[in-house]
Structures are given as structure tokens and as C-alpha cells.
Ligand binder design. Structure first.
Ligand SMILES: *[C@@H]1O[C@H](CO)[C@@H](O)[C@H](O)[C@H]1NC(C)=O
Ligand SMILES: *[C@@H]1O[C@H](CO)[C@@H](O)[C@H](O)[C@H]1NC(C)=O
Length: 984
């Protein structure tokens, strides 16, 4: 019962409370109204009179439900002005009004009491600065508003700072310290009213201008008025009732001739509609009746802060951004210090000298088969392997052999015999198929803890074309010799090696492109010389074994024999002899004779393995009667062997097998048993692992130098390349300058019309698309440099991360960022975009971020796809996709939901949004005339309508672009580590 009573009471209380307008409140049976209003519901503005008259003031009569000031013909007393006559003009007016108010004891508003001994004389303060509580009245001349509402709009604002100090009655009831009431009149009728609190008054320099900043704004549209649904077609009710948040009232200095000033009424929604300045108020008159003592004591009587602080605090986004950048710098610095420390430590360590150890190579029953997708097929092929039938999937079939230090072995055989495969397996290269068998590296001592260092010279010479021979070798020496070898010694080693290889005369000759690799570029050194440089690159690292794949193919016989001489000298080096294994395609007689031992392969099987010279032919004559020996003086033994191997007599295979089965090869039997057992008894899976385990890959897993050294010399090389290949850099710079002038000319000094807005946006789009397409060259760059990276990586020159970092520094900075900055800067200033430093740098920052993201994206494509054509196609398609989803061609909200999510993974969208927001957020207003109607509207509103871009999204976009950069960067690192490696 009681609760029902309370609820009814509450209902009534709320209902009656709602009857008071203009934020008046219920006081007994009537409404207590703010200054300037009266009547039952506070809906009647004062008509004439002055603000001291309180509830006895004459009010505008209500006719037909509206109180129309113009209709009532209200006119102000002398010394009072403004809509509703609330603004004092002279001190006399204040004094006179106050005197008559004080002499009317019947007036309940009169407060009697001692006013102290200070100067009690009232004065009228007509400056924008508020001492206690001030009235102001302004005209609202906004072209956009006037296009809809052509009659006069005025705005009255009551600003209260210290209610206890104002002599006006009722002030304490309404103005809490720092509050604002505003009332908008249109053609004499109040349309809506607003209130805000927690205001702070900031004084401009000189104290003549003020900035008021208030919180908790609320506005109420008066139903039925012109603005609030009273006329057909325009209804601002939702907009006005939705106004909230922070309210700013900034007033300039009073013009001495008109005694008025210009103010701006700022609120986020209004700023969105009318530009950064919000709603401009003209002809503002200020009037505050205040005691002289209040002014004399400089307003310090109270505790309300009025101190000046014009500097705006940094926004959270800026602070976060600075923190991220600072953190990154700090981390990089730490890493650099750590790298320096490691480098120093590595330079001090002594490495154990293992020059006395002579390594030899033994391989036993080495088989290699290319796995078909179906494993069963392989198992079957393994079963058949023992038989005589040739399975074309088996590339090598139980090949055994041995080379000692100081020996040079040739692996002979026709094409397709498996020479390259064997050589690669011995060199420990990763093979895609399945390897069975053992490769051992006996050293003669027990010191077997480290894997032997195998130098491998591939068939193709992949060399850095821009470097000279000496530089290329020195680069290898610096990265492949241990850190503790001083640089002077490394230089000596290189000089020594060059004379050994007979290329001293080429010291300062650039390598250049050879054959069809480089197309039209200048040719460098010859093929034979290149081959010797390639051999040098391996020898420089002091390998324990040197393995070469067809070192003489493609060379004339003189060059070939020079190579053979070099190899022979290496193998028979008196100080440090090492085993040399080379596959040879078609050796000349002379070349053949330089080899100590021969392994003859045919269809993946070894026909002969033993000493060279005439031994093989004698062996065939002796043991295989079916083979006819066309042995004559002067006949090339190698030709004879190749002839035998290309069409081997059946008896040779049997011979080979019987020799193997009864040979001294004790490891073989064991191995074969396990293989057989695996096939028959074990599951396929464990069978595979069992067999794979038996292969020893002589792979070094440690780099000779520390990360910092790698980065240092890689960067040195990149820098040299950049210096030599000047055209690359200058082309980028010149092209970007020309493009900048072109784009700037296209959009030269765009104006503020609607067409100008389109041009601005078009200009930003142009720049974004330009970056998206021009970063395609980064992709080509990666594709071009990939083979060199693969070779150097497989030879353990440097870690992929060091390579990526050096690429990043020397590709991204000179070829991406500098051109981007040039083109953007020229365009920016020529097109006349927001002409201040902050907006310019924010603009540049976004373009630099986007350029980075796109470069990394193209790096990713370039590393992910072996086929450059596919990568370029994908990159171009992605640029097209980005342009579609950037929001310029299709409104993002108009895309079907199925496809709409694609916009969220479109970096260009974020870039353009940030660029547009930055440009438009500079307070850009569109001033134009549409069919005679002047339009003045904030560009941000148009931007939001046209493209769906949010005004506050700049820092979000920055973060998203950072995320893209991080994502692509990690992707590139991951792909390079896992995927871009040599596979044979
Ligand atoms: C108020 O009265 C004036 C004079 O009669 C009239 O011109 C004006 O339109 C009225 N205002 C409104 C909002 O009706
Ligand atoms: C109070 O201030 C007014 C205005 O400045 C001045 O005219 C008047 O003489 C002052 N009165 C006293 C008592 O100081």
C-alpha cells in the first residue's frame, strides 16, 4: 500500500517537474525559473524590464501556445540590450536597477544583509570575461542553418562562475559555480535550451578573450517549435536532444566600435556539422552587473580556478605512439649493445687448430629414390631394388666408395646416371627424396665431435655481379672465417687464394653478369674465371672436403684443364691436403688423367670404383669378358668409360653385385638386412624413420661469425651495390619527383568548393594507389636476389634474419621511403593541403607506414612464390582489391555483408581514412553555392556520408597499419626461415 502511494507520489513529482521548462524546478506549486524567464512553466521569456526585477518582471504573453518576443513587440529599457533585455550596457543601468530592486522590500527576492566595507558600487562589465555571473546575447549567422531557417536566430547564454558574488536575484539557485545556460530564439520564439556544468574559464593572452570549457551538456528541443518538428520537412529534435559531452564557448576580443565580439559554440556534433569552430556566433554583447570590489580583488575572492593554461594536453593516442616508438628504439639499442658484446667476446676466443686432421670420405650402399606421393609405391620399389629391373624412381642404387685426403676423385657417367645426386648427398644437401645408406668422415683421430666442413661448388655460378672479384672473396672470408681471425689476415688469405686460383689479375674487375642471367647488362669476367671464383668462395672457408658439381661443364678445354690443375693442387697440397670429389660430364684425356680415382656410374649404379688412369679399362677387360676393349694408344679412356656406362653389358651389373656381396664391405650386409627386415616386418612409417636415421648429413649448424658482424658486412655489401648501381636510386628519386610535380599540378591549390573536396580526396587516393603499385619493384628485387641468398644461406654465410635486416635497411630506406617522402611532400604543398606542420607530418607518417606495409607485403609474396610471374600477378590483384575496398569506389556500407568484411583486411582503407581524417580534421569547411543557396558545411560530415570514415579514427588507423607491418614482417621472417632454403 505504502509503496503504491510512493510510486504515485513519485510519478506526480516527475510529472510536475517536467512541466518546468528551461531547467526551472518545482518550488511548491510554482516553478522557480532561471534569470530571464517566468510564467507557470518558465516558458515565457522576459519582455523588457531588467534582470533585477525577478518574478515581478513583465513577461512575453503566450498566444496560440507560443510566446513570441517579436510579436509582443518587447523593447528594452535604456542601458539594457540583447534578446529578452538581459544584457547590461552601462554601470548606471546596473546601479539604477539594483537600487529600485533593493528598495522594494515586498519583492521576495530581496536579500538584506551587510555587504561589508568594500566598494559596493555596481558596475557593468561588458567584456567576455566573467567575474561572477554574466549574460550574453549573440546572432547565429550560419549559411547552412539560414538556408533552412532564413529568419533571425539568436542565442542567449548565461555563464555563472561565482553565484554568491552576483547581485542578481535567484542566481544562487540556478548557477552552481561554473555553469552555463543557453537559449536559442528563432524569430522571437525560443526553440531549444541547453545546460552544462563543471565549467572552467581560460583567459586568452591579455585577459580580453575567454575560452569556456564545460562538461555534461544536455539540450532540450521544445516540441512544436520551428526547429523541433513545427514545420514540415525539417526536424532537428533528435540532433538537438542528442547533443552531449563537452561544450566549449570561445569568445574573441570585443570590437571597440560595435562593442560586440565573435564567439564559437563548440560541441562534437556541431563541429561535425559546421566544422572545427562549431557554430559561429556573431555580434555577441556581454553584460554583467557586478560589484566593483569583486573586480578589484581580481576575482581571487573565491576558490574557482581561473588560471591561464592554453596548452592542450597530449591525446592518449599520441602518448601511446610515442611510447611505442621509444620502446622500439630502446629495445633496438639494447639488442645492438648485446650484439656488440657478443662480437667482442667472439673476437677474443681462441679456436682450436684442427689443420692437422685429415678427413676422408666413405659412403656405403647409398641409395636415393624420389618418393612418389603414394608410399606403397616406394616400398614396392624398394623390394624390387634388389632385383635387376631398373625402377626409374630409384636414382642411386647401393653406391659405395671412398676418397682419402690428398686424393682427387672424378665421378663419371652419362647424363642421368646420378652423378649430381651423389655429389649433393655427399655434400649433405637437403634432398626431397629418400636417402638410404651411410656417409662417414673418418679423421684418423678420435676428435670427431664437430661435423666436418664440406665445401660444395654447385654447377651454376651465382655471384654478386656488382662486386669485384676481390670484394666477393673478401666478403666470403669475412663471414666464413671465424671471428677471431683479424681482418688483415683475412685480406692476406684472399690475396693468397687468388694467386693460387690464378685470378690475381682480375682483382679489381667486377664480376658482372654472365650468359643469359643478366640480359643486357655489361659482361664481366669469363665463365672459367667465374668458376674459379666460385671455387675460391668455398676454399676460403678452409673446408675439410671439397665437392664440386660438374666444375668443367660449359668451359673450353683450356679453361677446364686450368680448373683441373687448381683442383689437383688443392688435393695434393703439401701442408693441408683435402679430398676433392668432382662429378665430370665429359672430360678430355688430359683432364681425365689429373684424377687419382674414378667412380663410374650408370643408371644409378656404380660400375667401377677404384684408381684412375688406365686401371678401369684394364679392370673391365679382365673381369667382364663380354665388354670389348677398343683400347688403343691415344684413345681417351674417359670416352671409353662413358661408352661402357651409357649402354652397360648385363654381365657388368652382375659383376658389380657379386663383387659387392662378397667384398670386404662389412657394413653392407648389416644394412641390407635391416632394410629387408624393415620392408617385411615393420610398418611403413617406422620403416621410413629407421632408414632415414642411417644417413649422416655433414652439416654445420653454426655460423662462423656473430649476428652483428653478419649484419655489418651484409650492409657494407648492400651499400656498395647501391653506390655502384646509382641509376637505381636516382631513377627512383627522379621518377618520384616527376610524379610529385605531376600530381601536384593535377590538384594544384585545390579550393574549398565541393569540386575541390573531390580533388583533395582524389589526390590522397592517387598517392595511396601510387605506393601500392610502385612497391611492386620490391617484389622484383627479392625475386632477383633470391638465388644468391639461397647459395649463401646453404653455405652458412649468414643467418636469414641478418640478410632480411640488411635488405630492409638498404632497400626500404633508399628505394621506398625516400621516394615516398619526395612525392608526398611535393604533392602536399602543391595541392595546398592543410598547411601546417602537424598535419603535414601526420600525413607523411601515414604514407611512410603504408609504404612499409606494402614493401613488406611484396617481400612476402616474393619469398613465398618461386615463380616471380605469379607473385607479380598476385601483388597487382591485391592492389586492385585494396583500391576497391578503400571506400572511394564503393561506399563501405553498401557492399553486401558477405563481402563487407574484406574491408577490414585492406591496408589502403586505413591509410586513406587516416589521410582524409587528417586533412578534413584540420577544420576544412566546404563553402559552395548550390542552385543559389550558399552552403557552408564541414568536410568531415561529407567525408563520413560519402566514404563512411570516422573523424576520430586517425590513431586507430595508425595502430592498424603498425599491426599490418608487424604481421607482414613476421610473415616474411617466417617464410624466409622455413621456406626459402635450398632444396635439391
Ligand atoms: C513571431 O512573430 C513575428 C511577428 O509577428 C513573426 O514574423 C514570426 O514569424 C513569429 N515567429 C514564429 C516562430 O512564428
Ligand atoms: C567604487 O568604484 C566606483 C567605480 O570604479 C567609483 O566610481 C567609486 O568612487 C568607488 N567608491 C568607493 C567608496 O571607493
Amino acid at each position: 500500500m505504502l509503496s503504491r502511494f510512493w510510486s504515485i507520489y513519485l510519478f506526480l513529482a516527475i510529472a510536475t517537474a517536467q512541466l518546468c521548462e528551461n531547467y526551472g524546478f518545482q518550488n511548491g506549486s510554482t516553478c522557480a525559473c532561471p534569470t530571464g524567464f517566468g510564467g507557470e512553466t518558465c516558458s515565457q521569456p522576459a519582455c523588457g524590464g531588467n534582470i533585477f526585477e525577478g518574478i515581478q518582471r513583465s513577461l512575453t504573453p503566450v498566444s496560440n501556445g507560443v510566446a513570441n518576443l517579436t510579436q509582443a513587440g518587447c523593447s528594452c529599457q535604456d542601458g539594457w540590450t540583447g534578446t529578452g533585455c538581459n544584457v547590461c550596457q552601462s554601470s548606471n543601468a546596473c546601479q539604477a536597477a539594483y537600487a529600485s530592486f533593493a528598495n522594494t522590500p515586498s519583492n521576495p527576492d530581496v536579500v538584506t544583509g551587510s555587504q561589508g566595507t568594500q566598494n559596493q558600487t555596481l558596475t557593468c562589465n561588458t567584456s567576455p570575461r566573467v567575474w561572477a555571473g554574466s549574460q550574453m546575447s549573440c546572432r547565429v549567422d550560419n549559411p547552412t542553418l539560414q538556408a533552412i531557417y532564413p529568419l533571425t536566430s539568436t542565442l542567449n547564454i548565461i555563464r555563472t562562475l561565482q553565484p554568491s558574488l552576483t547581485p542578481v536575484p535567484n542566481a544562487t539557485a540556478f548557477g552552481s559555480a561554473g555553469s552555463v545556460y543557453a537559449h536559442l530564439f528563432y524569430a522571437g520564439v525560443e526553440q531549444f535550451y541547453c545546460a552544462a556544468d563543471s565549467c572552467v574559464q581560460n583567459l586568452g593572452s591579455g585577459g580580453d578573450s575567454t575560452d569556456w570549457s564545460c562538461q555534461n551538456l544536455q539540450c532540450t528541443c521544445r516540441p512544436g517549435t520551428t526547429f523541433c518538428g513545427g514545420t514540415v520537412g525539417s526536424n532537428l529534435t533528435n540532433t538537438i536532444n542528442g547533443l552531449s559531452g563537452t561544450l566549449g564557448i570561445d569568445c574573441g576580443v570585443v570590437n571597440t566600435t560595435t562593442n560586440t565580439a565573435t564567439c564559437n559554440f563548440k560541441q562534437t556534433t556541431l563541429q561535425g556539422l559546421f566544422g572545427l569552430k562549431g557554430l559561429t556566433l556573431n555580434g555577441c554583447s556581454f553584460g554583467e552587473c557586478v560589484r566593483q570590489s569583486v573586480i578589484d580583488s581580481n576575482g581571487n575572492v573565491t576558490d574557482t580556478p581561473t588560471e591561464e593554461h592554453m596548452t592542450k594536453p597530449l591525446s592518449g593516442g599520441v602518448i601511446a605512439g610515442l611510447a611505442v616508438v621509444g620502446g622500439l628504439l630502446f629495445v633496438s639499442l639494447l639488442l645492438l649493445l648485446w650484439g656488440c658484446f657478443k662480437q667482442k667476446a667472439a673476437r677474443r676466443t681462441r679456436s682450436d687448430d684442427d689443420s692437422g686432421i685429415h678427413v676422408s670420405v666413405e659412403w656405403d650402399n647409398l641409395s636415393y629414390s624420389v618418393l612418389s606421393p603414394d608410399k606403397t609405391a616406394w616400398i614396392n620399389s624398394l623390394r624390387r631394388q634388389r632385383g635387376a629391373s631398373n625402377d626409374d624412381k630409384v636414382v642411386l642404387d647401393s653406391v659405395s666408395g671412398r676418397v682419402q685426403a690428398g686424393q682427387m676423385m672424378a665421378i663419371l657417367g652419362p647424363s642421368g646416371a646420378g652423378k649430381t645426386t651423389l655429389v649433393e648427398i655427399l655434400a649433405g644437401k637437403a634432398k626431397s627424396g629418400l636417402v638410404i645408406g651411410t656417409v662417414k668422415f673418418p679423421t684418423g683421430t678420435n676428435n670427431l665431435d664437430a661435423a666436418p666442413h664440406v665445401g660444395f661448388v654447385p654447377q651454376q655460378d651465382i655471384l654478386p655481379p656488382t662486386l669485384t672479384v676481390y670484394e666477393a672473396l673478401l666478403f666470403a672470408a669475412r663471414l666464413r672465417l671465424p671471428e677471431n681471425v683479424p681482418d688483415i689476415e683475412k685480406r692476406e688469405v684472399v690475396e693468397e687464394l687468388m694467386s693460387k686460383l690464378g685470378i690475381s689479375s682480375l682483382k679489381n674487375v667486377r664480376i658482372g653478369y654472365n650468359g643469359d642471367v643478366g640480359g643486357g647488362k655489361a659482361r664481366g669476367i669469363s665463365g672459367g674465371e667465374m668458376r674459379r671464383v666460385s671455387i675460391g668462395l668455398e676454399l676460403i672457408s678452409r673446408p675439410d672436403i671439397l665437392i664440386l658439381d660438374e666444375p668443367t661443364s660449359g668451359l673450353d678445354s683450356v679453361s677446364a684443364s686450368r680448373i683441373a690443375k687448381v683442383l689437383h693442387a688443392i688435393a695434393h697440397d703439401p701442408v693441408n691436403p683435402i679430398p676433392v670429389i668432382a662429378s665430370i660430364h665429359q672430360p678430355s684425356s688430359q683432364l681425365y688423367q689429373s684424377f687419382d680415382s674414378i667412380l663410374l656410374l650408370s643408371h644409378g649404379r656404380a660400375l667401377y670404383s677404384g684408381p684412375g688412369m688406365f686401371a678401369p679399362s684394364e679392370y673391365f677387360t679382365r673381369t667382364a669378358p663380354g665388354v670389348v676393349p677398343p683400347y688403343l694408344q691415344g684413345y681417351n679412356v674417359a670416352d671409353y668409360l662413358l661408352e661402357v656406362a651409357s649402354d652397360p653389358h648385363v654381365s657388368l651389373f652382375q659383376l658389380h653385385h657379386s663383387a659387392k656381396d662378397h667384398g670386404d664391405d662389412h657394413g653392407h650386409q648389416d644394412n641390407a638386412d635391416i632394410t629387408e627386415k624393415g620392408v617385411h616386418t615393420l610398418s611403413e612409417e617406422s620403416d621410413l624413420t629407421l632408414n632415414k636415421k642411417r644417413v649422416l648429413t655433414p652439416k654445420r649448424t653454426k655460423y662462423a661469425t656473430t649476428f652483428l658482424t653478419q649484419l655489418q658486412f651484409l650492409s657494407g655489401r648492400e651499400w656498395k651495390v647501391l653506390q655502384r648501381d646509382k641509376t637505381l636510386f636516382f631513377t627512383h628519386v627522379v621518377v618520384s619527383a616527376i610524379l610529385g610535380v605531376f600530381c601536384g599540378g593535377l590538384y594544384f591549390q585545390t579550393d574549398m568548393t565541393i569540386a575541390g573536396f573531390q580533388s583533395r580526396v582524389g589526390c590522397l587516393f592517387f598517392l595511396g594507389a601510387l605506393i601500392a603499385f610502385s612497391s611492386l619493384s620490391a617484389l622484383y628485387n627479392v625475386v632477383e636476389i633470391r638465388p644468391l641468398f639461397l647459395r649463401e644461406r646453404s653455405s652458412m654465410y649468414y643467418s636469414p634474419t641478418a640478410w632480411l635486416l640488411s635488405r630492409f635497411i638498404f632497400d626500404v630506406v633508399p628505394l621506398r621511403l625516400i621516394p615516398t617522402i619526395i612525392v608526398s611532400t611535393i604533392t602536399y604543398w602543391m595541392a595546398g593541403l592543410a598547411a601546417d606542420a602537424a598535419h603535414y607530418f601526420k600525413f607523411l607518417f601515414i604514407l611512410v607506414l603504408y609504404s612499409l606495409a606494402m614493401t613488406l607485403f611484396n617481400f612476402l609474396l616474393g619469398t613465398l612464390f618461386h615463380n616471380g610471374g605469379i607473385a607479380i600477378l598476385l601483388s597487382a590483384l591485391s592492389a586492385l582489391y585494396q583500391m576497391t575496398f578503400a571506400g572511394f569506389f564503393v561506399h563501405l556500407n553498401a557492399i553486401p555483408p558477405v563481402l563487407r568484411w574484406l574491408q577490414w583486411i585492406c591496408p589502403l582503407k586505413y591509410t586513406l581514412e587516416a589521410l582524409s581524417v587528417n586533412e578534413v580534421g584540420s577544420g576544412l569547411m566546404i563553402e559552395d553555392t548550390l542552385q543559389g543557396v550558399p552552403v557552408s558545411i564541414s568536410a568531415s560530415l561529407i567525408m563520413n556520408l560519402l566514404f563512411g570514415f570516422g573523424l576520430d579514427n586517425y590513431y586507430r588507423d595508425v595502430l592498424v597499419l603498425f599491426a599490418f607491418i608487424a604481421g607482414f614482417g613476421l610473415g616474411v621472417i617466417g617464410v624466409v626461415w622455413l621456406k626459402v632454403r635450398e632444396r635439391r
